[in-house]
Design a protein around this ligand. Structure first.
Ligand code: MSP
Length: 651
């Protein structure tokens, strides 16, 4: 029977659109999954979405949608980007699916029945952002006597309530023993040490319910209908519910324990202490290896919505293509460490590795073969020392690549890949096929080009897990397939070889979309001292195509004008109070004085851009913007044809 291989990613919260951090883990899992499949293994690659809990509910409310409609939409965005990034998952689980919720309920019941879950009254500092309680010593003092969550920095509130608790402490020693006895359980080493440190402290109870009166968006607790399950307790169980736990024992035993569970370093505790003790309580083994990867910063800064620098993987795929994005993400930083993503860095990495090494060899070998040998796979000649050295170098590169992918050390794998490409380029340089052609040494020319094409074939196979499309294209040109044959005689002598377009054309400048996006977020360059002022040239306005996701970022709401008055300091502007269905009306400054009399405006139905950052307009704060066509005396406000409630979402 083929080796089985089960790999998982975290389930991504559907509180927002997918970003580069999500893409990173998913691509990483995909690379191993694809490689294992090529090796003939029976692979199961699971990803999905985490759809319950406060964060998701809050996001739904913010969009004016029911949580179910919201999660259905957001989940599709994740599915869409995985499709565009050529992610080859075997299953996509959503925590709102009954195949999952039923298993969670049965598991809760089983743990309750065996006495691992008990009800207790509890008081503590509750952080809605992190969806957890903190103790007095954990919270941080904030302004005016407030207390702040140590993880998010947002205010916490004191909550006293009864809840159900899972007795993690009962399994803590088993967990400690497991970490000690299995040095490779948690990787990299630094994360294992972090866990060892955390386990020196007492492992307490985990509050695993939320009263419905406070949060109803979750899986109902089977033994107390007033409660729903804590989102983490629910979500972690996906790794077993998805593969048949409590449903199909044979299928489940064939998959679990997973070979790899990939996660980000921020969710180490939940995946080790929570998940580990949960599994022990259920008499199940833990996964072979949990790998906690590092984080990306973006152009030197933490990635955050408020900084407006969240990297949208759609933009990357549009601009660079899925294969290059996959490769650069894996090649740009060691998996366990943190790294910085920048578009300049992207361009450099792409050019250095893909264009100058792999693409260069492929273009040269394919075109020389077409030019001098009629585009057919030439015959090998007897091996020289240089040929043996090339074969040995290729074998060493392949071995490093294989070991790298197998141990999720993607950078090592990339080094192996590049070692093969460099060996191929050096071989061509040293053997000088152009000189052999000039001298009419056709036998040696054939042998040299054959080996060069063979190196391209090997590269084509090694590219398969990282750049599946380019791999297929290269192998196709060589009339070959992704067979794991590493000796330099895998092609069919006499078969047709086509040259095609450059495999990885050099990227001379950043793609237009990227340059435009960077112009939006980069701080303006410090003003240079002007010499004589020439007439300033107006920059042409480039209207960029946007995706639906981009459009979704703009929150449009129906509003009703309550009052209007002149701006104290600008004739052109009016200051309006607009009801947008919130506690207080919004004050909006609009440039419509030339067209509208104050009395025309009161009671008018308008459309407001509600999530625009507030701005001072000639000293008066404007908390949004009204949609209008035209300007000056020709301006016309956008309105709905029927009366709708203020706050209704416009889309
Ligand atoms: N829903 C939980 C996981 C439950 S698993 C049963 C969750 N979701 S998340 O969407 O917030 O984060 C998912 C993953 O994205 C985490 O592994 C996190 O580390 C990763 N990343 C989020 N931002 C990141 C970067 N800037 N860089 C790299 N990965 C990052 O946590």
């Amino acid at each position: 029977m083929a080796d089985t291989f089960y790999i998982t990613t975290p389930l991504y919260y559907v509180n927002d659109a997918p970003h580069i951090g999500h893409a990173y883990t998913t691509v990483a899992a995909d690379v191993v999954a694809r490689w294992r499949r090529l090796k003939g293994h029976d692979v199961h690659f699971l990803t999905g979405t985490d759809e319950h809990g406060q964060k998701v509910l809050r996001a739904a409310h913010k969009r004016g949608l029911s949580p179910q409609t919201h999660v259905d939409e957001l989940c599709q965005r994740f599915q869409k980007i995985w499709e565009r990034l050529d992610i080859s998952h075997d299953d996509f689980i959503r925590t709102t699916q009954s195949r999952h919720t039923e298993v969670v309920q049965e598991t809760l019941q089983a743990l309750y029945d065996r006495g691992d879950i008990t009800k207790k009254s509890y008081e503590g500092w509750y952080s809605t952002s992190e969806e957890r309680f903190w103790t007095e010593k954990d919270v941080v003092d904030g302004p005016e006597g407030t207390k702040l969550c140590p993880a998010s920095g947002l205010p916490v509130e004191w909550i006293a309530e009864e809840n159900y608790f899972f007795d993690m402490g009962k399994y803590a020693d088993q967990l400690r023993e497991h970490v000690a006895a299995n040095p490779d359980w948690i990787r990299p080493e630094a994360r294992r040490n972090e866990l060892l440190g955390a386990l020196k402290k007492e492992v307490g109870d985990l509050c695993i319910t939320r009263p419905k009166s406070r949060l109803a968006w979750g899986i109902e607790v089977p033994f107390d209908h007033d409660y729903v399950t804590y989102v983490w307790f629910d979500a972690l169980l996906n790794y077993v519910s998805a593969v048949g736990y409590r449903r199909d024992d044979e299928a489940f035993r064939a998959r679990w324990p997973a070979d790899y569970q990939l996660l980000g370093k921020d969710i180490l505790t939940t995946h080790t202490i929570y998940w580990g003790t949960m599994l022990f309580a259920l008499d199940l083994p833990v996964a072979d290896c949990l790998y906690a990867h590092g984080w990306w910063t973006v152009e030197g800064q933490k990635m955050s919505k408020s900084l407006g620098n969240v990297v949208d993987p759609h933009l990357l795929v549009d601009a660079y293509g899925a294969d290059s994005v996959r490769y650069v993400l894996m090649a740009e930083k060691a998996f366990g460490g943190d790294g910085d993503f920048s578009h300049k860095g992207f361009q450099l990495r792409y050019n250095a590795d893909l264009a100058n090494k792999i693409g260069n060899l492929a273009n040269r070998a394919l075109s020389m073969n077409a030019k001098w040998l009629g585009g057919k796979v030439p015959a090998l000649d007897a091996n020289t020392e240089a040929d043996d050295a090339l074969a040995a170098e290729v074998a060493a590169g392949v071995a490093a690549f294989d070991a790298g992918v197998e141990s999720v050390a993607y950078k090592d794998a990339v080094d192996g890949l590049l070692r093969v490409a460099v060996a191929g380029n050096e071989y061509v340089q040293e053997q000088e096929p152009w000189a052999l052609n000039k001298d009419g040494d056709t036998e040696r020319l054939a042998g040299v080009l054959r080996r060069s094409l063979e190196v391209c074939r090997v590269l084509g196979v090694l590219l398969a897990p990282f750049c599946p499309n380019k791999s297929a294209s290269l192998l196709d040109r060589l009339g070959s397939t992704p067979a794991l044959t590493w000796s330099l005689d895998g092609l069919e002598t006499g078969a047709s070889v086509s040259v095609g377009d450059p495999l990885f054309p050099r990227m001379l400048e950043l793609p237009e979309q990227i340059a435009a996006a960077l112009a939006l977020v980069e701080p303006p360059a410090p003003a240079k001292k002007k010499k004589k002022s020439k007439k300033k040239k107006k920059e042409p306005v480039v209207v960029q195509e946007i995706t639906f996701d981009d459009f979704q970022k703009v929150q449009l709401k129906a509003g009703k004008v309550l009052s209007a008055e002149p701006h104290p300091d600008a004739d052109r502007l009016l200051v309006l109070q607009v009801d947008v269905g919130e506690e207080k009306p919004r004050q909006i400054v609009a440039g419509i004085a030339a067209r509208y009399a104050l009395s025309d405006l009161v009671g008018l139905q308008v459309v407001v851009v509600a999530n625009l950052a507030p701005a001072q307009l000639r000293g008066v704060e404007s908390q949004g913007m009204l949609l209008a066509a035209g300007s000056g005396t020709g301006v016309a406000m956008v309105s709905t044809t029927e009366a709708v409630d203020p706050g209704t979402i416009v889309r």
